[in-house]
Design a protein around this ligand. Structure first.
Ligand SMILES: Nc1nc(=O)c2c([nH]1)NC[C@@H]1CN(c3ccc(C(=O)N[C@@H](CCC(=O)O)C(=O)O)cc3)C=[N+]21
Length: 294
């Protein structure tokens, strides 16, 4: 069993980006500038946005945190987005999801300038991804592809089973694994809450990618020997014995499933840190594209 160490790989990627930022600076250029919009306060969202800001400082990006009240109207949020689209200093931004229920998420994502959409959630970028054109790849799927690439996990001709069809992980992941190239060239099954006999699929999978949010859902008897397991689940489970008051659990029963795996990601320290690294990578790409345009 080999661990796919997201924490270490994310550090490597951040160091590579930091070196590029330094050479931009040396050449007298403008460093990338990333903003995050967060509406209201949710513990997990704050953690994520907090580590993003910290990473920006670490690698020499400019960063802006746009904190908006929970009761902001849709029109007010759209006005803010227009402002960010027009801000010439800003290279890319994300609008942290989920948004409060009174705001139409689709409408907000459509308003983001696709050239600044470093989350890759705008239909233009999603479409380009599906058509194998160059685009911003959503950070979590992009991070998973990087892990597979850097650890030289074979994917061509393999049967990949994705569990979960969310717009930000499961569905884009199924598209990326079926695209031509390495990693890719996989035969993909996208499973979800209406799938019957899920274990019949997972037992036949060479690669399993779980993005479900159900702690320890995937058990050892659901996988075959030598399987590659990518665990995208991160659920906070109350735990009074932990100083934080909670522990983070993935979708995979790691202790048992790891015994049968050829490669497996841990939680925490797997896909999560990669997500942040790839968001930074997309922001660097956005900066390069914008400077090439002028
Ligand atoms: N527009 C938007 N884009 C996102 O990419 C996005 C989002 N909204 N909303 C929330 C989810 C969640 N997400 C995480 C990223 C990193 C970790 C991460 O680094 N996790 C650490 C543990 C962190 C902890 O202690 O909670 C780990 O897995 O090792 C977690 C969660 C990005 N998301």
């Amino acid at each position: 069993m080999q661990l796919l160490d997201g924490k270490k790989t994310a550090e490597d990627i951040k160091n590579e980006i930091a070196a590029e930022v330094q050479s931009i600076k040396d050449a007298g250029g403008k460093v990338p500038h990333l903003a995050a919009v967060i509406v209201g306060t949710n513990g997990a969202s704050l953690t994520y946005v907090g580590s993003k800001v910290k990473s920006c400082q670490q690698i020499g990006f400019d960063s802006t945190l746009v904190s908006l009240p929970e009761d902001i109207t849709e029109d007010e949020l759209l006005a803010k987005i227009k402002e960010l689209n027009e801000d010439d200093d800003l290279d890319g931004y994300i609008v942290q999801l989920p948004l409060p229920k009174h705001i139409d998420e689709q409408k907000i994502l459509l308003a983001i300038d696709p050239d600044k959409d470093v989350d890759g959630f705008h239909p233009t970028n999603f479409g380009k991804m599906a058509l194998e054109m160059e685009s911003f790849i959503p950070a979590t799927p992009f991070g998973i592809m990087q892990l597979l690439e850097r650890y030289k996990v074979e994917t061509a001709g393999k049967h990949t089973v994705v569990i979960g069809r969310s717009n930000i992980v499961g569905r884009p992941m199924s598209i990326l694994m079926s695209r031509k190239g390495n990693p890719g060239d996989s035969t993909v099954t996208l499973t979800h809450s209406r799938t019957k006999n899920l274990a019949e699929f997972t037992k036949n999978a060479d690669i399993i990618i779980t993005a479900l949010g159900v702690p320890e859902f995937l058990k050892a008897d659901m996988v075959k020997d030598g399987v590659v397991v990518i665990d995208v689940g991160i659920t906070r489970v109350d735990d009074a014995s932990n100083p934080k008051g909670y522990v983070i659990k993935g979708d995979v029963d790691f202790n048992e499933v790891s015994k049968k795996s050829s490669f497996i990601t841990p939680v925490p320290g797997g896909v999560g840190p990669m997500t942040i690294a790839m968001l930074l990578k997309n922001t660097l790409l956005a900066r390069k594209m914008r400077s090439a345009k002028k």
